[in-house]
Design a protein around this ligand. Structure first.
Ligand code: NOJ
Length: 570
């Protein structure tokens, strides 16, 4: 990394971008059917322009039976009729581009839906046919081939193999409705290369690549390792399906497609790979170019943990000539206001999100009685401070819809309304991810908080596909817009300042000494200081205050607060 400012224009626009993630079915519903749609998104372009984001990333909007919130794709080159048409997609992209906002779409290459025409053809074709070779079919084990080929579990629970009635089973890493593609098959590879071109030709600027570490598979071992043995194998060359070396060849081909456009299309890999050197492979400029690190999604709000994560990821991004990614919330995790409402876990457990602790955290949120009760006020202060912190860092910041309103997780969704397969396939043991996917409140008083239907339609609009709690009124956009102290006002100010400072901000940051429970770094002419503790600390001496996530009194930075200030003039 150099001391040069981060490039933010031309082919390098993604390196320092603020990217806003839209979960289309829950953002804005223009026709009042209870499901967000593309026209609704296009209508909100002015809102996103005012927020100041550089790009939007749309979670899947493709035709889908919604077995997994749209990550079960029936047709990769179309729009779900429930939420729009290709013409409406083009109009939406044009509306974003007119205001200078780039558009990133989600590509789901690990699996299709079981309704995809190629999977239907595979089911209708015999064992050993070219149609079956596009997916991963294996003979069953045991008498009459009635047992699955291995005892592996799927990510959302239940077996990872589904019988098809003729002695064969197909493999699905996620729900049974999401059969995995066979990436050794040339037709599958070409199909995705053409799909990337299809969207790039429509003006899409970049791609978010779902389960990017899962595509390459080697199931040739006989017998396959058991689930217990699998747990002992780290992702990498020896694992049958996680992070195998062969993914590099797949993305080298994708890179050729990206680079055939001017400017080259960008990509960011969704990779849950913990070893930084392995994760870095996805971020090289010969591969996808950038990789998510989800470390902050799992980190306690604690100064040493944040510092370690930032230092490690900046180093890794520098080594691959990429830029780092910072994420506090997305559609798969408990919203960060709510995570930060929970007590910190023990200092020797660096992550709050590993294994069953996720479920325990969700349980805390829900029970609020038998386990430590969430402190929402503290959660809000920490969340704003964390946002101020990540927006000061070099690299891209990914914001998830609603976090700019300070929206907490919705925990009171009745079981009958839940949609997440993780909930159903774990028999309710995992609450699932619906709580962060509840439709956005745009106004405090209208039916469905202004989510469904235009103003004239709202009285007749259908109820949103996930129920909104009454307290959503407190977080509505229109109210936040007229409150200078709202979380929204803070996001707008921070993003605008970040942009104004970008040209002068070096790609590196310099850590400065600071008291316990605090972090202090400079970015050339300006500084960021975060108090992670609960006790106020003196504001370091510097020039003018630029931004504060909380109220400073007597030059004291209160607990859970971030400030930006100018370098002191000599
Ligand atoms: C990651 C996506 O973010 C998540 O929502 C989805 O369930 C899985 N991949 C499977 O596609």
């Amino acid at each position: 990394m150099t001391t040069e400012p981060i490039l933010t224009t031309g082919a390098d626009w993604w390196r320092n971008a603020v990217v806003y993630q839209i979960y289309p079915r829950s953002f804005a519903d223009s026709n009042g059917d209870g499901i967000g749609d593309l026209v609704g998104i296009a209508e909100k372009v002015p809102y996103l322009k005012d927020l100041g984001v550089d790009a939007v990333w749309l979670s899947p909007f493709y035709p889908s039976a919604l077995a997994d919130g749209g990550y079960d794709v029936d047709d990769y080159r179309n729009v779900d009729p429930k939420i729009g048409t290709l013409a409406e997609f083009d109009a939406m992209v044009a509306a974003f581009h007119d205001t200078g906002i780039k558009v990133i779409v989600d590509i789901v290459p690990n699996h299709s839906s079981d309704r995809h025409e190629w999977f239907q053809a595979a089911l209708a074709s015999p064992k050993g046919s070219p149609e079956r070779d596009r997916y991963i079919f294996r003979d069953g084990a045991g008498p009459n081939q009635g047992q699955p080929p291995s005892d592996w579990k799927a990510t959302f629970g239940g077996p990872a193999w589904e019988p098809v009635g003729d002695g064969q089973f197909y493999f699905h890493l996620f729900a049974p409705e999401q059969p995995d593609w066979n990436w050794d098959n040339r037709e599958v590879r070409d199909y995705f290369l053409q799909t990337l071109r299809f969207w790039a030709d429509r003006g899409v600027d970049g791609f978010r690549v779902d389960v990017a570490h899962g595509l390459a598979k080697d199931f040739s071992a006989d017998p396959l390792p058991t689930a217990a043995e699998l747990r002992e194998i780290e992702g990498g060359p020896n694992h049958p399906y996680y992070d195998r070396d062969e993914v590099d060849d797949i993305y080298a081909e994708w890179r050729e497609v990206f680079n055939s456009y001017d400017p080259p299309r960008s990509a960011v890999a969704e990779v849950w790979v913990d070893v930084p050197e392995r994760r870095a492979r996805y971020a090289t400029q010969a591969s996808l170019g950038q990789a998510f690190n989800f470390d902050l999604l799992r980190a306690n709000f604690r100064a040493p943990d944040f510092k370690k994560i930032v230092a490690k990821n900046l180093e890794s991004a520098g080594e691959t000539n990429s830029s780092s990614t910072w994420v506090l919330s997305n559609h798969d995790v408990v919203r960060h206001v709510s995570r930060y409402s929970l007590p910190l876990t023990a200092p020797d457990s660096p992550f709050i999100g590993e294994g069953p602790t996720w479920d325990r955290d969700r349980a805390w949120l829900i029970s609020g009685g038998t386990e430590p009760i969430a402190d929402r006020e503290l959660g809000h202060r920490r969340a704003k401070a964390a946002t101020g912190f990540i927006l000061a860092l070099p690299g891209s910041a990914y914001i998830y819809q609603g976090e700019e309103l300070g929206l907490p997780e919705v925990v009171e969704i009745p079981d009958a309304d839940r949609q997440d397969p993780a909930f159903y396939r774990s028999a309710g043991y995992e609450v699932g991810r619906d709580g962060c996917r509840v439709p956005i409140p745009w106004t405090p008083d209208d039916p469905w908080f202004g989510f469904s239907g235009s103003a004239s339609q709202q009285a007749f609009a259908s109820k949103p596909h996930l129920p909104q709690p009454e307290w959503f009124a407190d977080y509505a956009v229109s109210a936040a817009e007229s409150d200078p102290d709202s979380t929204l006002a803070f996001y707008r100010k921070a993003i605008a300042l970040r942009k104004a400072l970008a040209k002068a901000s070096p790609q590196i940051l310099e850590w400065l000494d600071s008291p316990a429970d605090t972090l202090h770094f400079s970015r050339g002419p300006w500084h960021c200081f975060t108090n992670f503790g609960e006790v106020g600390v003196p504001l370091p001496s510097g020039g003018a205050l630029l931004l504060a996530s909380g109220d400073l009194k007597d030059n004291t930075v209160p607990g859970a607060t971030t400030v930006w200030f100018e370098e002191r003039q000599a």
